[in-house]
Design a protein. Structure first.
Length: 282
C-alpha cells in the first residue's frame, strides 16, 4: 500500500485488514501512521523509488498512489519484486484530452507507466471528491457560516471517499477487474448551493451561500493553488452549469451497493465543520 495514510488509502487498508489480508503500508513517517495493529508499516517515499525496494519484497498486489515523476521507476521495481497486480488511484480527468487539463496529464502519465509494464492493472478514476469541500469551504463555514463560490448552479457528481476505497479494495481482492478503468461518481448531480444546504442540515446550523464572480474566485483560489489548477477548476464549474454531468453506476456494479450520497458524506464529516482552535476568522 502506497499512499496508505491518505484519505482513500487509509480506508483501503481497513478493508484489506477486514478481509484477512496481510498488508504492508508504506509511509514517510511510520511513527505517525496510526494504522491498525495487524498492518506492517514500513518507511518509504514514492519520490525516492529506491526507498521502496525492500517494501516491495514478497508483495503480489500493489495499490499505487499517483506520483508521475517516478512512476516508471516505481513500477519497474514492483515488477522486479514479482508484483502481479497494480491498482492505480487515478482520476476521471484523464478522459479530458484537450491538452490543457493539468490533472489529466498528471494521471495519464502514471496510467501509461503501469499499462506499459505488462503487469495486470486496474485504474480507479474518481470524479471530484466530496472531501474537496473541506479545503474549499471548511474554514468559512466554521468561522462565518458562509460559503462564497462562483457558479452556484454548477452541478457536480461528487463522490464519497469510502466508495473510491471500496472499489479499489475490490480490485485488489477479487479477480475479474484486470484491464478495467472504472470511472466513479456520486449517485446524484447536485448544485454547489444544494451541497451547502445539505452540509447545513448535517451540522445543524445555518450556512449561507454567496455567489461571487469568476474573477473574484480566481483571485482567492490563486493564493492557494497554481494558476493552471485554478483555471481547470473554474472551467469545470462553468461547463457544469450548461452541461450537467450524469452520474455513473460503477460503484454499484463493482461493490453490489449504491454509491453513498452527499448527504451521507456531510453527516460522516459533520465534526470537520465544527469550530477548531486553529481557525481564525477571515
Amino acid at each position: 500500500m502506497t499512499g496508505a495514510t491518505g484519505a482513500v488509502g487509509r480506508l483501503v487498508v481497513g478493508r484489506l485488514v477486514a478481509a484477512g489480508e496481510s498488508v504492508r503500508a508504506v509511509t514517510r513517517n511510520p511513527a505517525t501512521a496510526g494504522l491498525p495493529e495487524p498492518v506492517e508499516v514500513v518507511e518509504g517515499d514514492l519520490d525516492k523509488p529506491e526507498s521502496l525496494r525492500a517494501a516491495f519484497a514478497g508483495v503480489d498486489r500493489l495499490y499505487l498512489f499517483p506520483v508521475p515523476q517516478t512512476a516508471r521507476e516505481v513500477v519497474a521495481l514492483a515488477k522486479e519484486a514479482g508484483v502481479r497486480r497494480i491498482v492505480v488511484l487515478s482520476s476521471s480527468s484523464v478522459l479530458d484530452t484537450s491538452g490543457d487539463n493539468h490533472s489529466g496529464a498528471y494521471h495519464r502519465s502514471v496510467e501509461r507507466a503501469v499499462q506499459e509494464s505488462g503487469i495486470e492493472w486496474t485504474f480507479v478514476r474518481p470524479d471530484e471528491f466530496a472531501t474537496n469541500v473541506l479545503w474549499k469551504w471548511g474554514h468559512s463555514i466554521r468561522t462565518e457560516g458562509v460559503v462564497r463560490a462562483p457558479y452556484g448552479n454548477a452541478r457536480r457528481v461528487v463522490i464519497h471517499e469510502s466508495d473510491v476505497a471500496a472499489v479499489a479494495a475490490a480490485a485488489l481482492l477479487e479477480d475479474g477487474h484486470a484491464g478495467q478503468a472504472y470511472v466513479l461518481t456520486g449517485p446524484e448531480a447536485l448544485t454547489q448551493a444544494e451541497q451547502v444546504r445539505q452540509i447545513a442540515r448535517a451540522i445543524g446550523r445555518p450556512v449561507a451561500f454567496e455567489e461571487i464572480t469568476p474573477d473574484q474566485a480566481r483571485q482567492a483560489m490563486g493564493q492557494a493553488m497554481p494558476a493552471p489548477v485554478v483555471e481547470m477548476v473554474l472551467g469545470y464549474l462553468a461547463d457544469a452549469v450548461a452541461n450537467p454531468p450524469v452520474p455513473f453506476d460503477t460503484v454499484e456494479k463493482v461493490t453490489g451497493r449504491p454509491a453513498l450520497t452527499f448527504a451521507r458524506w456531510a453527516a460522516d464529516h459533520a465534526a470537520d465543520f465544527a469550530p477548531q482552535p486553529t481557525d481564525r476568522a477571515a
